[in-house]
Ligand binder design. Structure first.
Ligand code: SF4
Ligand code: SF4
Length: 445
């Protein structure tokens, strides 16, 4: 193992970390009487149910899937009976079809979800990728892109795997705790990823605010070729392009993907999910969720079965009605929530309950041309100009300023002294440029 300080990325901000949950061991929340399984928990096509009301289901049983190329199946995380299939509140803010299962609390397991394969080298990379697809694994850093697509599209192109252990969003510490408590599964999962990709270079990129995790990695990887790269604590250090630049020095050009520069980035918990799918034959059924903010009596990290309603998770931590804003994910890139009935899905890394004293109102007054947003943007965009053109509905100009490269990190909004909600303008701009190009039949998006 080598410890490295390598490159830094340009831009970024230094929000207060608020990582007090990092010293708290992961707790476990019991599953609820009623569990909710949205048919869309990934980027891609919505799944179709493969069960119907009245059906008996077991833990680990596949309950929804689709033949669409970009998708990941959904599995039951309790045993019981399918109560109904109906539209339900979803963390995206929409109503999306979901399978509702009444838990019988017997925890009956599906006899064999898929073959457990501790001797993974007896399988081809393609066979292992097919197992990862069947396990319903998606990127657990928040993006929820189906992992089997990421792996298969990188076959023969990727020589470098970077494990994303940066966890740069304030408040969130679930990845940090997972490294401390599941290190062996993480490192064994990494061997499987290396085998699948035939990768020559393996890195773990971790911010320097996690000394106990760094020390553990150091100890465990003393005789390994895996390099631990210690990164400056800066947001968004965990953005794919920023991480690749910081760890390998490679630059992913505008409009290109990590595989175009030979890299594959994978979140810590995703690697563990791969280990469990291949070695234990287990589908993706749980999330470690950080719960924090002044709107709960206590904060912490909790192991939650996917499908558990937010209300149950928050009650476990002493939810206060004084909460003014609930965010799924981190405060910089997370999404505001409007319903406690929405369930924990594959991309739920955190639930943050903010009270009035923790919120800053957006004002959207005039830009004072200070340039702070330009200096902070890790993608070297000019958010102030883009926002002006979005307001004026000049979307050709928005496109010309490369708004599509925005990673929606929120650094511009965070740093703006005029409190202009720049990230909202960026999202609108990206969406409208994409629609414009679809209509016009495929200019650069
Ligand atoms: S313009 Fe996009 S990438 Fe740049 S700081 Fe704002 S949100 Fe981040
Ligand atoms: S940070 Fe805000 S006030 Fe400063 S240039 Fe950007 S948009 Fe204008």
């Amino acid at each position: 193992m080598r410890l490295n300080w390598i490159h830094r990325f340009k831009g970024g901000v230094h929000p207060t970390p608020h990582k007090n949950t990092r010293s708290k061991p992961i707790e476990t929340l019991a599953p609820q009487k009623e569990m909710i399984y949205p048919l869309l928990q990934h980027i891609g096509a919505i799944c179709e149910p493969c069960v119907k009301p009245g059906d008996d289901v077991k833990i680990g049983q596949k309950i929804a899937d689709t033949p669409a190329a970009v998708a990941a199946p959904v599995h039951a995380t309790v045993s019981g009976t399918v109560k109904k299939i109906c539209d339900w509140d979803h963390p995206t803010g929409n109503r999306i079809p979901a399978i509702i299962i009444e838990n019988d609390f017997e925890d009956r397991r599906a006899e064999c979800f898929q073959e457990a394969c501790p001797d993974y080298q007896s399988k081809s990379p393609e066979e292992l990728i097919a197992m990862i697809r069947e396990a319903g694994i998606v990127g657990m850093g928040g993006a929820a892109f189906p992992t089997h697509i990421k792996l298969s599209s990188g076959l023969g192109r990727v020589d470098t795997v970077v494990v994303n252990a940066a966890e740069c969003e304030p408040y969130l510490s679930s990845d940090h705790r997972v490294i401390l408590e599941n290190i062996d599964e993480l490192l064994d999962g990494l061997k499987i990823v290396r085998y699948i990709m035939s990768a020559q270079n393996m890195y773990i990129g971790i911010e320097n605010n996690k000394p106990d995790a760094i020390s553990l990695l150091h100890k465990k990887l003393a005789k390994s070729r895996v390099r631990v790269v210690i990164l400056k604590t800066k947001y968004p250090q965990g953005g794919e392009k920023q991480l690749i630049r910081a760890v390998t020095g490679r630059v992913v050009p505008s409009g290109k993907l990590p595989a175009d520069v030979g890299c594959l980035v994978m979140n810590v918990d995703t690697v563990i999910a791969i280990y469990r799918a291949i070695v234990n034959g287990s589908p993706l059924m749980r999330r470690i969720v950080t719960v924090a903010g002044h709107g709960v009596e206590r904060s912490g990290n909790v192991n939650v079965r996917i499908g558990t309603p937010f209300s149950a998770v928050l009650q476990y931590f002493g939810y206060k009605p004084s909460t003014r804003k609930l965010i799924m994910g981190g405060p910089m890139m997370g999404t505001a929530q409007y319903s406690l009935d929405a369930p924990v899905i594959k991309s739920t890394s955190g639930l943050l309950c903010f009270t009035k004293d923790q919120l800053t109102a957006d004002r959207d007054v005039d830009c004072i041309r200070c340039g702070s947003c330009v200096a902070a943007c890790p993608m070297q965009l000019v958010p102030s100009y883009i926002a002006q053109y979005v307001k004026a509905e000049k979307f050709e100009k928005v496109q010309a300023l490369h708004a599509a490269d925005c990673i929606e990190c929120g650094c511009c909004s965070f740093t703006c002294p005029a409190k202009i909600p720049l990230i909202q303008y960026m999202r609108i701009g990206k969406q409208r440029v994409s629609e414009m190009n679809r209509k016009e039949g495929g200019k650069r998006t």
